[in-house]
Ligand binder design. Sequence first.
Ligand code: P6P
Length: 338
Amino acid sequence: MLTNKITTIERHITEEQQVHKGATGEFSRLMRDLTLAIRIISREVRRAGLNDILGLTDAYNVHGENQKKLDTYANDVIFRAMDHGGHLCVMGSEESDDLIQIPEPYEHGKYVLLYDPLDGSSNIDVNATIGTIFSVYRRVTPDYLGKGTMDDVLQPGWHQVAAGYACYGSSTQLIYTTGHGVNIFTYDPTVGEFFLSSANVRIPKSGKYYSINEGNSSLWSDELKRYIEYLKTPSEDNKRPMGLRYIGSAVADIHRTLLYGGIFIYPADRKSPRGKLRLMYEANPLAMIIEQAGGRATDGVKRILELQPTELHERVPLYIGSEDNVLEAERFLRGEES
Ligand code: P6P
């Protein structure tokens, strides 16, 4: 719901901290440092045509993808904003093969940060919307150990204490949840503040858009082909054909789905048997946001937030959006509808 109360993200985080009895302020400081990193990335994204930060580096990430200069820059900004605050015991990033340890002599804290520094890289050079995705857990190993381990990282998504994304589009927006609903903050660069623009956002129970890369349709299962064909077939109630929207940036496609409803799908297919999106720093945080807004997120069968991860960079098929749309897709995948 739109709000005209002037609330900055810092004030909102502080107010939320008061709700969490016994909160030490450590989480608030984590979020303050993360929003600083997002402000810096936003500035560079907005100048990307002017600062020789477009194009490719000569490096490749763990997924064999040629890293873009802005990818690498965003990854570095988040690391340097987060490594010394004393609230993290370990980090994990799409752009780093292994876990990122907190450098000496900095203190270790009780939280874990996982992030995709710049999602939608293929859109960077064409000025299309891209985003930063983040996921926060509490460590599960004892504090006295100091540095965090893979056990602290490989937790199921329902353990997240916070999740969100920044959307660098017509404006820069920060959407996050700590498990008490979803709030949208819009950045005003003239004052350098994120202001609360929509409080307690709810996703429509069903929507008129579906979002999938139809270019891969020859690789899909027969059940998925039947589902997408069904969406394109006119119905008497005019709910179908649904509209197709696909930007090729999960943050942008899922942000639209959050606000307008419908379904985003990155499925498993014959080329990508586990789909393309990563569980720990894409599907899990996006699933927490959509569930907190009243939607649904599964791998086509199981709830994303209940999947037990086994690897930092593991991929997962993703069906996410309005509850009615995702449940309908699952019925087709089970062969119950045709
Ligand atoms: P395709 C961007 O590279 C990304 O990881 C997601 O943001 C996006 O949803 C997906 O890949 C697009 O992949 O195969 O449709 O180009």
